[in-house]
Design a protein around this ligand. Structure first.
Ligand SMILES: NC(=O)c1ccc[n+]([C@@H]2O[C@H](COP(=O)([O-])OP(=O)(O)OC[C@H]3O[C@@H](n4cnc5c(N)ncnc54)[C@H](OP(=O)(O)O)[C@@H]3O)[C@@H](O)[C@H]2O)c1
Length: 253
């Protein structure tokens, strides 16, 4: 099947495909920052909801999926909250053998490290990801889960305390001890909200799906305590395809 083509409105260029576009993006890695460069990727309805009937799939389309997989191919690690792992039934991070081969040819692990975080230690080990022998998973948890019967290679890092300092320490561990330079955060809203509050997000990719959910059908893309001041964003890219818009924002300091 041919790769979907986008119209690039910002910057205004000729039509683009997701893989070459994402492969050519420059991530800004401030050399003094002791954490991964962190990109979030979400899809939401025009009324700002991140889920409908408990899942995000109804908002997605071919363009969103193309960007989703292109971003995963570039990432060193992919972070998702435990509820997202369970509700979205996470499987292996890069299912496409061609993408895995491209990463191996570039001297990188075949797949990004899958990362999750939990205070309770209740991790959805029934998600297909944990049954995948080739998957590498890192769990930050205050209480280590019982990993018997899990096929994936799973490591556990202790999570001490709560709040922004704990998250900053976890991100430093990812960078320093696990060699993660680029982290892709796929949500959910609770994890993303906590990372935003801790000042740990550098960019946001957001697919605006041409749909309304009506009412209070699910969370916004951030959840938890609101910020004390608004967080400004700067637009870095805008693609369109059909009725969908695909935004790229930098989080400005
Ligand atoms: N539209 C999209 O792009 C998109 C993307 C992802 C998810 N979603 C949707 O969002 C929903 C799930 O999101 P959610 O916000 O409910 O859950 P979530 O963020 O996926 O996971 C929440 C859990 O992660 C752990 N956690 C979160 N913040 C933490 C922190 N600061 N420190 C330690 N652990 C932390 C907690 O586990 P413990 O309770 O064990 O501490 C918490 O219960 C689903 O409906 C999913 O479909 C949509």
């Amino acid at each position: 099947m041919a790769a979907p083509t986008f119209t690039s409105l910002i910057p205004a260029t000729s039509p683009v495909e997701a893989d070459p576009l994402v492969a050519g993006l420059e991530w800004r890695h401030p050399p003094t920052v002791e954490r991964p460069y962190t990109i979030a990727n979400f899809v939401c309805s025009v009324d700002g909801r991140a889920a409908f009937n408990g899942r995000s799939g109804a908002f997605s389309d071919e363009g969103d999926r193309a960007l989703f997989h292109a971003l995963r191919e570039r990432a060193d690690a992919v972070l998702a909250g435990t509820t997202t792992l369970r509700m979205e039934r996470y499987g292996r991070v890069i299912p496409d053998p061609e993408r895995r081969a491209r990463r191996l040819a570039a001297g990188r692990p075949a797949e990004p490290l899958a990362v999750t975080i939990s205070r309770s230690g209740v991790v959805p080990l029934e998600a297909p990801l944990f049954g995948e022998p080739e998957a590498r998973v890192l769990i930050f948890a205050a209480h280590a889960p019982d990993l018997s019967g899990v096929a994936a290679s799973v490591a556990v890092e202790p999570l001490r305390g709560d709040g922004p300092a704990t998250l900053r320490a976890a991100m430093a561990t990812l960078h320093r001890d696990h060699g993660i330079d680029t982290l892709l955060c796929e949500g959910g809203p609770t994890v993303f909200g906590a990372l935003v509050r801790a000042g740990l997000i550098d960019e946001l990719f957001l697919t605006l799906s041409p749909r309304l959910t009506g009412g209070d059908s699910g969370p916004a893309i951030t959840a938890g305590r609101p910020l004390s001041e608004l967080q400004p964003l700067a637009i870095r890219g805008l693609l369109s395809r059909g009725d969908s818009l695909y935004l790229r924002y930098a989080v400005t300091n």
